[in-house]
Unconditional design. Structure first.
Length: 107
């Protein structure tokens, strides 16, 4: 597995190249940190993430990193057939959803 960081609109996205176990193809995983996990009122926070996952994120989804106690926005895409415009779209999408989520969390 290899990874790099790409920044766009003040959002840093980590891009991993990985080969799923038992598969012959490689995938790209785009991952951006959204916010730290809150220390209180976790149940309402998790409910809100589930609602946003269903209606706000499009092809991305929220994930939680147990080792860092942070909420991530993640997108997975096979490498096969990927061109620059699709890569750029993935970075822009991750960045825009992350920024929108931060704005909604501030409310």
């Amino acid at each position: 597995m290899a990874s790099t960081f790409v920044s766009y609109a003040n959002v840093t996205t980590q891009v991993f190249v990985t080969k799923p176990k038992g598969e012959t193809h490689s995938d790209l995983i785009f991952s951006a940190a959204v916010c730290p996990l809150p220390t209180e009122n976790l149940l309402p926070f998790y409910r809100q993430l589930l609602v946003w996952n269903a209606f706000q994120t499009g092809v991305t989804h929220f994930a939680i990193s147990d080792e860092n106690d942070v909420v991530l926005l993640v997108m997975r895409r096979p490498v096969a057939g990927l061109d620059y415009s699709e890569f750029k779209h993935a970075i822009v999408r991750i960045s825009s959803v992350t920024l929108n989520t931060l704005l909604m969390l501030q409310r």
